[in-house]
Design a protein around this ligand. Structure first.
Ligand code: PEP
Length: 252
């Protein structure tokens, strides 16, 4: 069944990038043909660049995504952006529930689920992030925590077309640390089994589960070859086209 899942390597630029950073997108676009049919590539710049990047990437195989959205379509929410606005700017997907949002903005599973629903309402795919902290892993609670996040953050109606799950151990994000391949396999297998219990085997077989957390060109092949890993959500290493492409090259 894994062969039916086209891996997705998505770059989460976080709060990095100015207009001139489009040069990195240009480099990714220049190489895109080599990856077509093997792995999907997505760049998620800060919201200020979504429209510019989407216009540039139009007609290319590179998808443009956003990093967060508000659950409401419009209203008095100063500083926030709705999924509809991101769609209007040219995004095709939005990351929701990233651990930095869960931590710094105290987002709950219910809020993440509402944001995923907002993404669907606007016609965007939701990339829903889950993952345990170091303390939770040390306490042996990884699967319990991830199971609770999957249960609480994924809306009813999840399909392989409208949602991607990103398993991102919080302690591996931006630290250079990565779980063992056995730990990654355990978490991904568990998440797929949870999806199967709730949404059925066909959805579970089709839904993509990305790994995220300190993925770089030197470890991508090993991490991407773990069973049930369907691509990567990449932070720091996505800012440079060469590194981002180096990671995606795990699928060539
Ligand atoms: C992320 O923030 O989604 C991420 C995976 O970051 P990094 O690759 O820098 O660890």
């Amino acid at each position: 069944m894994a062969a039916a899942r086209r891996p997705l390597v998505a770059g989460n630029w976080k709060m990095n990038g100015l207009k001139g950073s489009i040069a990195e997108l240009d480099k990714v676009m220049a190489a895109a043909a080599d990856y077509t049919g093997k792995v999907e590539l997505m760049v998620c710049p800060p919201s200020t660049l979504v429209a510019q990047f989407a216009a540039r990437a139009q007609g290319s195989p590179i998808a443009i995504g956003a990093q967060d959205c508000h659950a409401e379509a419009a209203g008095a929410f100063t500083g926030d952006l709705s999924a509809e606005m991101l769609k209007d700017a040219g995004a095709v997907a939005v990351i929701v529930g990233h651990s930095e949002r869960r931590t710094y903005h105290k987002e709950t599973d219910a809020e993440v689920r509402a944001k995923a629903l907002a993404a669907w309402r606007a016609g965007l795919m939701a990339i829903v992030c889950v993952g345990e902290t170091k303390d939770e892993r040390v306490a042996g609670k990884t699967l319990e925590v991830v199971g609770r996040q999957v249960e609480g953050s994924l809306p009813d109606g999840t399909t392989p077309a409208n949602l991607v799950i990103a398993y991102e151990p919080v302690w591996a994000i931006g630290t250079g640390l990565t779980p063992t391949t056995a730990d990654v396999a355990e978490a991904h297998g568990f998440i797929r089994a949870e999806v199967a219990k709730r949404f059925g085997q066909a959805v579970a077989d089709g839904v993509r589960i990305q790994y995220g957390g300190s993925v770089k060109p030197s470890n991508a092949k090993e991490l991407m070859s773990v069973s049930d890993v369907d691509g990567a959500l990449v932070g720091g290493a996505s800012l440079k086209a060469d590194d981002f492409l180096g990671i995606a090259s795990a699928y060539l």
